[in-house]
Write a protein that binds this ligand. Structure first.
Ligand code: ZN
Length: 345
């Protein structure tokens, strides 16, 4: 994109290998952690903090990730990791956080919503979680056999999270954290997760933007079974505006996936256009006749997703449909337990 909004530029031609650290600013290291599913990696960052270190995100709780953290801890020296700042509850970010805290006597820092969501996932009995998912996806038109496949397989990575510590340090929007002699402003945004935490180091021009924005991947957002009327797209767009107001045009963005990049404002424009186009597709499909979220998949995605992904994508279709309902462009109707969306007469 070329305009007075600048352009998106990728900072590095390549990424560090899994487990390797690369210094991206004075005292700030980019660490790659492996994921056994797409996109195959998640980023963590290490910030020098006096004699210790703050880790931003922890990766999944699995053998490969824990082995990397043990090596990193040895290499860091001093007190090693003293704080794990988890940007959000998704297991690829929060998964190993509790294990790091326990193993290295570190403190968990995150927003209250992300901590509580992590606890819900940890403590909700499996049968109750399964029943919630089953009821939700059946009501949105997924066939019973596909629903059972999703319930059995679809959320398997949601449980690769080590138990959370019983205490945490609560981060709130507008707060300032002093890390290694630098002041970092805390920002939170919804949409991708309830209250995702981001950090802005205005002095050094760094913005740790978690999964809120990446240079190429559009962040997933999905209506959650526990919040069926939710409008995550609106929360996400509000989040973009909040970051856009704070971020300088040439700030270096440090995302949760892919690599560091510059040009937040241009990227935000691309994402706004992308989601507007998706809403247009949902609106056009519903003008042809009432549609369930399951039926909307065909108008949004070229191929029908398999059982590991289908629930996420139905949740995404619902994010667009619920947003259109909130804007008064679609109506939500329930007939014999099935939810459909239609254009207003
Ligand atoms: Zn995420």
């Amino acid at each position: 994109m070329t305009s007075d909004r600048g352009a998106v530029s990728i900072e590095f031609a390549d990424a560090p290998d899994a487990g390797e650290m690369r210094e991206v600013a004075d005292g700030v290291f980019w660490l790659r952690l492996p994921l056994p599913y797409e996109p195959g990696h998640v980023n963590a960052y290490l910030l020098r903090d006096g004699d210790g270190w703050t880790a931003v995100d922890a990766g999944l709780f699995d053998e490969a990730t824990c082995a990397i953290w043990r090596r990193v801890q040895r290499r860091l020296g001093g007190q090693g990791i003293t704080t794990v700042l988890a940007t959000h509850w998704h297991p690829d970010h929060l998964g190993a956080a509790g294990w790091i805290c326990e193993t290295f006597a570190a403190t968990l820092a995150t927003s209250e919503s992300e901590y509580l969501k992590g606890l819900v996932v940890q403590f909700m009995p499996k049968e109750e979680g399964d029943a919630l998912e089953r009821g939700f996806f059946l009501s949105h038109g997924l066939a019973p056999d596909e629903t059972e496949l999703w319930v059995a397989n679809g959320r398997r990575f949601m449980h690769d999270t080590y138990r959370l510590p019983p205490t945490f340090k609560k981060l709130t929007a507008g707060q300032t954290l002093a890390i290694g002699g630098h002041d970092l402003g805390i920002f939170v945004a919804g949409g991708h997760s309830p209250e995702e935490v981001m950090l802005h180091d205005a002095g050094r021009g760094l913005f740790f933007c978690a999964d809120q924005v990446g240079p190429r991947i559009a962040p997933t957002m999905a209506v959650q079974p526990s919040d069926p009327f939710g409008d995550p797209l609106r929360h996400f767009l509000v989040g973009l505006d909040t970051i856009a107001a704070a971020c300088a045009p040439d700030d270096l963005l440090l995302p949760g996936h892919e690599g560091p990049f510059r040009g937040f404002h241009a990227r935000a424009d691309e994402l706004r256009a992308f989601y507007a186009q998706r809403c247009d597709k949902v609106f056009a499909a519903c003008r042809e006749g009432p549609k369930t979220a399951n039926e909307l998949l065909a108008s949004l995605f070229r191929r029908r997703p398999g059982p590991i992904w289908i629930g996420f994508l139905i949740g995404e279709a619902l994010a667009y449909a619920n947003n259109l309902v909130a804007r008064g462009l679609l109506e939500r109707e329930v007939d014999k337990g099935i939810v459909r969306f239609s254009s207003r007469p």
